[in-house]
Design a binder for this molecule. Structure first.
Ligand SMILES: Cc1ncc(COP(=O)(O)O)c(C=O)c1O
Length: 425
């Protein structure tokens, strides 16, 4: 019995389903989870001693790969001064100053412990600020696991074949309107009715929880215009996209300015963190200045913010984005060539270092398009690539991440393995 199987058997006795986050259970890919022991650069090493060239990057935070020395050293130094104070500390001010200096439409930022806390707070904040209840979200977008967002949500809910969660009272979601992604007309039509009662719109500006779906031209600006027309607030959930495309937000990359941006993943350099930020007049509605409540024992944790500060400083000073784009270009060309050569009707979508190989005909613009993909073939692809030592996110509904720790040789090696596996699926 492998060490991973042994550990999974032990885990299942004491942890529901053996995991602390559902997709890790590998249910959708028909095998038991691989327990990892350590990571280095673009590689993960399992408890059984297997080596994986990986494209999951802890689901996004690790844009420099595992154990980048500057980030590790920052954590080490911070931890030696104390793991948590529960008071104000200079390190959290530094990270907030760095973030607000890198994101022009972010006057102020509140730090949380996870992306879920950031979006949950943003929802309360837009409702508190506007005095309205109704919100719009989109099918297949995932905004963390706060009750109000668990209707037609993406990520693990799609992976596990459920669109919503038990335990969420109807009253909590009755003011949440769910529309197809990338369909501006649907938003405009709905807002002709509910516009005056609309607190705001939540959107992943490039969707990453139903595979990668970029916004169609004019979509984000259209959402901005709808919000302006009705006095509603626009929230970009950039937990995946923040600092992924440029040393700032996807909003900056796309030239559209939301009222609130939610962040997570990259801004913690691998430590637990989340953040929401935006215009001063909105952010100052949060307690203690305003009456919209939010708090956290570990929010602004000195170790997490030290990691985040080291990460953002590296991103600003090293600018790894052109390198990541170049690797993405090589990968895209390689995969699309293989698909064409083999006459395979699958579709590869990519934005810079973010990608999904959809096992179905493309393009994918909304969840309905993704739902036509063959998840059984995806599962086979995942398992066979694992056997070849390449690890992707274990679901058709998730994205792949190219990091600055990947090299051209890594991409070429991955393409060789992909060609072999695609030929035998
Ligand atoms: C777009 C988006 N929003 C929010 C979240 C929730 O973040 P967390 O898992 O840190 O709670 C995620 C997590 O993957 C996400 O992708």
């Amino acid at each position: 019995m492998s060490k991973s199987s042994e550990l999974f058997a032990r885990a299942q006795k004491v942890i529901p389903g053996g995991v602390n986050s559902p997709v890790r259970a590998f249910k959708a890919v028909g095998r038991t989870p691989i327990f990892m022991d350590h990571g280095k650069g673009a590689r993960l090493y399992s408890t059984d001693g297997e080596e994986f060239l990986e494209y999951c990057g802890s689901w996004g935070p690790l844009i420099f790969g595992h154990c980048r020395p500057e980030i590790f050293n920052a954590v080490n130094q911070a931890a030696q001064k104390g793991m948590s104070f529960g008071t104000c500390c200079e390190a959290e001010v530094k990270l907030a100053e760095l973030m607000t200096s890198m994101i022009p439409n972010m006057d102020q930022v509140r730090l949380t412990n996870s992306g879920t806390e950031a979006t949950m707070t943003a929802l309360r904040l837009i409702r508190g600020t506007t005095g309205r209840k109704k919100v719009i979200k989109f099918e297949g977008c995932y905004h963390g696991h706060a009750d109000a967002f668990l209707v037609a949500a993406g990520s693990g809910l799609l992976t596990n074949g459920v669109s919503s969660s038990e335990g969420v009272p109807e009253e909590v979601v009755q003011d949440v309107y769910v529309l197809p992604y990338n369909d501006l007309k649907a938003v405009q039509d709905l807002c002709d009715d509910i516009g005056p009662e609309l607190a705001g719109i939540f959107v992943e500006p490039a969707a990453g929880n139903m595979g990668l779906i970029p916004p169609v031209a004019g979509y984000l600006q259209g959402l901005r215009d709808v919000c302006d027309k009705h006095g509603s607030l626009l929230v970009f959930d950039e937990v995946i996209t923040g600092f992924r495309f440029c040393p700032g937000t996807f909003g900056m990359y796309a030239g559209v300015s939301p009222d609130i941006t939610c962040l997570g993943k990259i801004i913690g350099g691998g430590m637990p963190i989340g953040a929401l930020g935006g215009k001063r007049e909105v952010m100052e509605n949060l307690a203690p200045l305003g009456n919209v409540y939010q708090a956290g024992t570990l929010s602004g944790n000195p170790v997490a913010v030290a990691a985040g500060t080291a990460m953002l400083t590296l991103l600003r000073d090293e600018n790894p984005y052109p390198q990541i784009k170049e690797l993405g270009d090589i990968y895209t060309k390689g995969i699309t060539d293989i698909l064409t050569e083999k006459g395979l009707n699958y579709n590869f979508q990519r934005l810079e270092g973010l990608f999904t190989l959809f096992f179905g005909e493309g393009p994918q613009h909304k969840l309905e398009d993704v739902n036509r993909c063959d998840t059984e073939i995806f599962a086979k692809w995942f398992r066979m690539m694992c056997d070849e030592g390449i690890y992707f996110s274990p679901s058709q509904y998730e994205v792949g991440f190219i990091s600055a720790a990947h090299t051209k040789e890594d991409i070429v090696y991955t393409l060789e393995k992909a060609e072999k596996v695609l030929a035998s699926l």
